[in-house]
Design a protein around this ligand. Structure first.
Ligand code: ADP
Ligand code: TRP
Length: 319
């Protein structure tokens, strides 16, 4: 299957992102032709500071590469390195009824949250449609908030195909229903907007601070504790197999250990799990030209597919 995903270069990745989406992407990479790109054109809708945008894109690329995106197996590039996507975006705009965009929840939510309404923000789904259709993607793995955008891409593709014949593959959203929501340090959904995250590529100092902020009850050290409602346990279990989970449950039931001990244990689990990735990340961040080289290697492959699609479109639109 041809699978595409756009990765937002905003903010630092947390373990909710990792267990909720990145891990699935890494698994899919083994059996599918994955197209993955850093969506820096999309990021412009919320930030127009060039230096920040460039830094965030490099950081995001380093993060995904160090977590296991393999540029030999997957096609991995920076969105703005394939200019064809903007050309297709304009052409698709002619096939996009205003009503389709006016109904977009994501646009309405962003305006409700106080973002300035702009044409960029409004037409964001058309650019996303161009991303998907340019590469003939069949499957688009997304979180729930992005399903409607994939449906918009499909609607636009249908309209074009009605007019011009079978130009585009019709894409489908894939939602991973099995993935549980990862809870944050305060017990609600982990999200950077709630400031309750545990970040992957952060310093030991910040990691310690984030872990120590995990909210617990105040049961005394010597007393038995309930693991299933404990925020520390619920994060720790993501890193543990069944036997290890049972061992930790026993420690809770036995008493004699306080939440401070469990926090230290969680700290070690996180450090061990991401030690390799963190090291890779530091090496890449110290060598931005290496990151750019990898992205350019991906762009060369992506461009071939993009140009093939555009040849078909040029013939239809008279270019
Ligand atoms: P945030 O809520 O921190 O802004 P994003 O919206 O950027 O996170 O999420 C990027 C990806 O990570 C999405 O696919 C989303 O489904 C997944 N994700 C984010 N937070 C969680 C979570 N707490 N549990 C599971 N998956 C998550
Ligand atoms: N809009 C997506 C998000 O906010 C990112 C994205 C841009 C994307 N283009 C895409 C995702 C194409 C899948 C396919 O997460």
């Amino acid at each position: 299957m041809k699978v595409i995903t756009g990765l937002q270069p905003s903010g630092d990745l947390h373990i909710g992102n990792y267990f909720g989406s990145i891990k699935q992407m890494l698994n899919m990479q083994e059996e599918n032709q994955m197209y993955m790109f850093i969506a820096n054109y999309h990021a412009m809708t919320s930030n127009q500071n060039g230096e920040v945008l460039q830094q965030n894109s490099l950081k995001a690329a380093a993060a995904f590469l160090s977590l296991g995106i393999d540029p030999q197996k997957s096609i991995f590039w920076l969105q703005s390195d394939i200019k064809e996507v903007l050309e297709l975006y304009w052409i698709l705009s002619q096939f996009t009824p205003m009503g389709l965009l006016e109904r977009a929840h994501s646009y309405k939510d962003k305006i409700a949250k106080g973002l300035n309404s702009s044409h960029g923000l409004f037409s964001y789904p058309v650019l996303m449609a161009a991303d998907i259709l340019l590469f003939d993607a069949q499957i688009v793995p997304v979180g729930k908030d992005q399903i409607q955008h994939v449906e918009i891409a499909r609607d636009i593709a249908l309209k074009v195909n009605n007019e011009w014949g079978e130009v585009f593959t019709l894409p489908k959203a894939k939602i991973n229903e099995e993935v549980a929501v990862v809870l944050g340090t305060d017990g609600s959904k982990m999200s950077k907007s709630y400031k309750n995250t545990i970040d992957i590529f952060t310093s030991q100092k910040v990691l310690k601070k984030q872990i120590s902020s995990i909210v617990t009850d105040s049961i005394a050290l010597e007393d038995p504790k309930e693991f299933s409602t404990c925020n520390i346990y619920n994060i720790a279990k993501l890193f543990l197999d069944k036997t290890q989970q049972e061992n930790l449950q026993e420690r809770y039931k036995k008493g004699g250990e306080g939440y401070g001990h469990f926090k230290l244990y969680l700290n070690d689990l996180i450090n061990d799990h991401f030690a390799y990735a963190k090291n890779e990340y530091e090496n890449l961040i110290a060598n931005p030209s290496k990151i750019k080289e990898i992205l350019e290697f991906g762009a060369q492959k992506a461009r071939k597919t993009a140009q093939k699609t555009m040849e078909k479109i040029y013939a239809k639109i008279g270019l």
